[in-house]
Design a protein around this ligand. Sequence first.
Ligand code: HGY
Ligand code: MN
Ligand code: MN
Length: 419
Amino acid sequence: MTGSPPEASSPGRTLMARLDELGRISADSDRLNRQPFTPAHRQAIELVAGWMRLAGMSTRVDPIGNLIGRYEGQDPTAPVLLIGSHLDTVVDAGRYDGALGVLAGVQVVAALHDAEERLPFAVEVVAFCDEEGVRFPTTFLGSKAICGTLDRKVLELQDQAGITVGAALRAFGGDPDALASAAYPPGSLRAFLEVHIEQGPVLEAEDRPLGIVTAIQGQSRLAVVLDGVAGHAGTVPMGHRRDALAGAAEIALLVERRCSATPDLVGTVGRLEVLPGAVNVIPGRALLTLDIRSPSDLLRGQAVAELVQAIHQIAAARGLGCTIAREHDQPASVCAPGLQRVLAQAMRAEGIQVKYLPSGAGHDTMAMAAACPAAMLFVRCQGGISHHPLESMTLPDAEAALRVLLRALRLLALPKARP
Ligand code: HGY
Ligand code: MN
Ligand code: MN
């Protein structure tokens, strides 16, 4: 079992050292890639569970592969305060996205444990199995299961190897037939708090270590398949081609143009697959993904509808077959005002100027809002870089986040405190 690394001499140093250690658990030797229901996921669970037990928590893995540590409170029947974030990563990820929220939760429970302090309610720390939605075309598998909002149809979704969520989960040791038991009973969750790097430039630009998230923008994910005709790159005249990649390129530029022209709207074509993918063959098929986001669900809905229509028109004009699958829609989510006030009070008590900001990135907090008041504390990340190995944060900011989170827990423990 891994304890606090020897060089760690403070909660912040322990946190940073553990983030480094956890950040080395990956399916790939040359980059951080930790997908749900994989050996790397299992290894990460074992490492974090060991740290949870060191912090006086009991640990369990629920039917969908969430790791949950529980630190008992004075009243075992009181609604639980849940802290956490996700254990999965994107491909070639940074080591703070997700992991910070899990290990910050472990660290503040360790502080309570070291002080032999029991709050009126149990504190549970959760490491969600899948938030990024990189392996499977769906997101928030872990947090939706905990909220009881996970549609069983997702079990049929496949990864790029054709393995379904259900099969991968079963092979991982999870239980797709017991998903309902992963849900916390209504009213059993007092609140959910997530510490997360900002993944944007605002806090650094304003020289702020921390920020309270006001709202998280809504997101739509679509998968487009374009079917043309593969052919000889040398013999097929340009006017006779049905080039799937050329169609995809026109669509990618349309997404960029449409979203650049609209404030509060962002659009990304993140994945593009070209088949057969040979230098001298006209692409017969192109698969591309769209990620459209906005704080306004109306704006996002209008943009998606217009883009879908325009994509079909581009395909028709080029003689391409076209299918568009709506894979994911998550409405914008306002963070619980009461919890925002507690975080603000905690920041002031720690001598940190309060800063509010929206989140461009999606987070488990949006899913958790279905079950309880949910809020987020952002931590400055250098250059706003994320979903990239250069993702980074500083020791002082880690210390500040831990102090504010611990202070917030104690504020929530005060009589009459309501999130
Ligand atoms: O895509 C997102 O916004 C998050 O990092 N999953
Ligand atoms: Mn994240
Ligand atoms: Mn992410």
